[in-house]
Design a protein around this ligand. Sequence first.
Ligand code: PLP
Length: 307
Amino acid sequence: MDSTSPVIYVVEPYGGSIRRHNPALPLIFWDDAAVTRGDGVFETLLIRDGHPANLRRHMERFQASARLLDLREPSADDWIDATRQAVEEWTARTGEDAKCVWTYTRGRESTGIPSAWITLSPINERVLRQRESGVSVMTSPRGFTIDTSLPGVDEATEGGSPEPAPWLTVGAKTLNYAANMAALRHARSRGFDDVIYIDPGTGRVLEGATSTVIAVRKERKLRTPVPGGEVLPGTTQAALFEYAERQGWRCRAKDMTVERLLDAESVWLVSSVRVATRVTAIDGHPLPAPANEAEVRELINAALGAE
Ligand code: PLP
């Protein structure tokens, strides 16, 4: 087995049994709702120095996502145990950091039993490169909007109330990422590295295609668009804000326009495996490197190890 071969563990969602799966063999049946409908939830975690980073926040969002989709809540003990086994195997074989994905689907139509598994694989070369080089982004409307005035949507975003508008699944990290991937392909075809979504009505900055936007402002201030509605609550952003506050930064979720990004000291896309990439240009307007680039990078790295 070469060192880039993934490690896969199947988590039996009702019985709790955990078994290793040979990555050379198929895993999912033709009638699995993940395949036929994109119906399920997932989490992507960073494995760093032999440990899952930010584990508690990932587990909380995973469980909230499952609740929002009316899936039985995944057992934290089973998933953490399976992750530990997979990480041990990966680390013994490669000694490298990794991308870990938890996937939990509504399962086979013929059995009604959910499917669930964990994969560990190498961190993508592009992600590693962009951590160093930064990214140029284009802004774009997402192309569809969620009506956040519908009753219950705001609460549902926090994983609290799946009642009033349950079909919207806002706040859930669902498998339905085809539109985000298409937006990224489009950006790359136009010479950009990534996308920041903007609300077309208000000009409000939402989020990256697969990341949270952070603006660093003078006098040690961090800002991020208010999570909820169309902005997935990010685990990296949450860890960063909690840690940075303790280090004397002033952190606040506050809606902002693209102009507020352009006059920030620096702008970052953060997410679990990418950790942090600095935005070097927005729609062709350059954002020069700030004097404190290394400090900000270090802050985000340290925040992920803070638990
Ligand atoms: N927003 C979207 C749409 C995402 O897909 C992601 C992560 O993949 C994030 C934000 C950042 O979330 P996290 O920091 O939990 O990885």
